[in-house]
Design a protein around this ligand. Structure first.
Ligand SMILES: [Ca+2]
Ligand SMILES: [Ca+2]
Ligand SMILES: [Ca+2]
Length: 277
């Protein structure tokens, strides 16, 4: 009986909602300044607000993602090669024909290829990054071609060495800053050419022959006058007189009995003496 009474009371106090049809859309333009609504998730944008938003002065707590792209700029260490003109770089020393440990027939370490290098003098007057510089020769049928793909910094008035290998053991203790690594480029032991281009423009080139230029195995040829016109003439080149690298176990007295390589890779050349042929 008590339960029935309670049930009737509940029925009496419960009313049923009817739809509220009296609201009309708010079409008035809002002229106030909005404050951020941080709790409402259902409002649509108010497109009639003429108020002025205030700047978001909050602190960004998001996490930046790392820049994993490849930097194609010059790395901030010097100007790029695109604006270079003929003479800005000078090919100043060439080791076309190194002799290595293989010469004793027992310990093959420094091969002709891995021991090759040449030196560039920066005559441009500004610090440079040689990334993008093209190395080539003038072979009509099978031209050498390699484009420098890494940063190679060389200060104004300084030298940099490019070679086959940056491995100081394999190249005979030469401070090679960048290696072409047999990728389409090498230095012929007889006649060959080194051409430096930037954007298709020849910045310097040397066309050497074994008759007009110094030609002795194990001796780099060094330029005596540091400009890109002088290096076109063989008589402006001399054999290096400063030894570098490891003692080479050469049997006998051939090659003048030398047991070292000769050159000044990366630093000023020796004072020129007449080539001893
Ligand atoms: Ca060679
Ligand atoms: Ca030249
Ligand atoms: Ca030198």
């Amino acid at each position: 009986m008590i339960a029935l009474v309670l049930s009737l009371v509940a029925c009496i106090t419960t009313t049923k909602d009817v739809a509220d049809t009296s609201d009309t859309a708010d079409t008035a333009a809002d002229s106030g300044s909005d404050t951020a609504d941080t709790t409402d998730t259902t409002d649509t944008a108010d497109t009639t607000d003429t108020g002025t938003d205030t700047a978001d002065s909050g602190t960004d707590t998001g996490t930046d993602t790392a820049d994993s792209g490849t930097d194609t700029g010059n790395g901030g260490g010097g100007s790029g090669v695109d604006g270079l003109v003929a003479g800005d770089l000078v090919i100043s020393e060439i080791m076309k024909n190194p002799h290595g440990l293989a010469i004793d027939g027992a310990s093959a370490d420094i091969s002709d290829l891995t021991g090759e290098w040449f030196e560039i003098y920066n005559a441009s007057g500004e610090d440079l990054n040689l990334r993008g510089l093209e190395l080539a020769d003038l072979d009509a049928t099978d031209p050498d071609a390699h484009t420098i793909t890494g940063d190679v910094f060389v200060g104004a008035g300084e030298y940099v060495v490019l070679g086959n290998s940056t491995d100081m053991t394999a190249n005979g203790q030469v401070p090679v800053a960048y290696a072409w690594a047999s990728d389409g480029f090498s230095l012929g032991n007889n006649a060959d050419e080194i051409v430096l281009r930037a954007g298709g423009v020849v910045i310097d080139q040397v066309v050497y022959t074994p008759t007009d230029f110094p030609d002795y195995k194990g001796y780099a040829m060094e330029l005596s006058v540091l400009d890109a016109l002088s290096n076109d003439t063989g008589s402006n080149w001399c054999e290096a007189t400063t030894a570098y690298g490891p003692v080479i176990p050469y049997p006998g007295t051939g090659y003048r009995g030398v047991d070292r390589q000769y050159g000044t890779p990366g630093v000023a050349n020796d004072v020129c003496v007449a080539p001893a042929r």
